[in-house]
Design a protein around this ligand. Structure first.
Ligand SMILES: [Zn+2]
Length: 88
């Protein structure tokens, strides 16, 4: 996964990364039964993303990712946090 890390570090949009992740075979959150209210899950995801962006303001790796001109860029760690693939 060195190639992916390099791409993320260069500044990849969260939306693009999420689409790429969902496009991978075997990675589909939909078939999994979700006992939680979808609206709450969506709110939690929005809060998680906001939290990741809040923390990214003080992150040197995120700042480096944004140096490429993409103001929404996140480092690999904060991107994973925003996508919910890493326990916070
Ligand atoms: Zn970061």
């Amino acid at each position: 996964m060195r190639h992916d890390r390099r791409r993320l570090a260069s500044g990849e949009r969260v939306g693009a990364a999420a689409r790429r992740l969902r496009a991978q075979p075997g990675w589909d959150p939909r078939p999994r039964p979700d006992p939680v209210d979808p609206a709450l899950t969506q709110q939690l995801g929005a809060l998680r993303t906001a939290d990741a962006y809040d923390q990214s303001k003080q992150c040197a790796a995120c700042a480096a990712a944004r140096a490429g001109g993409d103001t929404d860029a996140l480092c690999a760690d904060h991107l994973a946090q925003a996508l919910g693939v890493k326990p916070s």
